[in-house]
Design a protein around this ligand. Sequence first.
Ligand code: KG4
Length: 333
Amino acid sequence: MRILAFESSCDETAVAVVEDGRRVLSDAILSQADMHALYGGVVPEIASRKHVEAIAALTEQSLRDAGVGRDEIDAIAVTYGPGLIGALLVAVSFAKSVALAWKKPLVPVHHVRGHIAANYLAFPELEPPFLALCISGGNTMLVDVKGYTEMEILGATRDDAAGECFDKAARVLGLPYPGGKPMDGLAQGGDDTAYALPRSKVDGAELDMSFSGLKTAVVNLVHNAGQKGEPLDRAGLAASFAAAVSDELVPRTIQAARQQGRSTVIAAGGVAANSRIRRDLQRACQAAGLRLYLPPLALCGDNAAMIGCQAFYELAQGAAADMRLNAYANLEI
Ligand code: KG4
């Protein structure tokens, strides 16, 4: 079973061919990040237009890389949410056209389910059930993955996503967009106790998180230092910030795994590339006797291979859509 998969939920256009769920035959990605960096963040209208420009050529490239023709493709998969609505619509419309013209089943895939599935590509032995910490630019949630297509959200951010918070902190520190990676670099060698930053607690919902207070604290700290002409320990601030984000995520991940009786934990999404979070997860899981899977950095960010992987399992459950398929900015997992 070969699936041609599309992803355009944010600022990466991606097309992949995946065989039998776990074998990636091609994985073409075109990032628009450099262009959005000019504006300090993703400009949705520009993102949509760039997806339109890129998607046809990228599809040809992906099929060429995989060495397969249309007759060797069995199904078409596409991310249909959550994400930027105009951006999502590009791949959804394109995938519908291909499915119609080629007479193939069309499989809609939830973006975060795709991020989780990235781990199946990296770790052949990995199977549900497990606890997933999903941390990206638009989503932050703890998901109990009971089966390939059966999931329950145990906790989520009440406001900003972890990646959004990294990007905002990076911006006030004058780092380029997307700011997570440069923040990670700046934090290396920094003193993580240099600044006292807040940790959140959501009354009555221990597994829920909040990042807006942390974001505001960093913005105020940088602005105050600027106004008073005080020197800023930039590396110390980046390290203290990474520690604060990690403290939001890691203890709750362990708590959620224990609560659900899971023995395996995985991380997923762009922020799962963060070195502090990876180190803290490793230590905490080891101490708690939990098996941990961390996706390789190349599979943390948006890609279409993860969509093709998840689509294999969705299709096995009969999750094919028809030409009425729409895109959704917000979508339940
Ligand atoms: O998963 P992703 O590529 O896109 C979404 O689905 O949202 O995640 C992008 C996010 C951005 O906010 C980016 O700054 C963040 O992942 N990110 C990182 C790191 N690398 C990327 N955040 C922290 N540390 C990193 N090393």
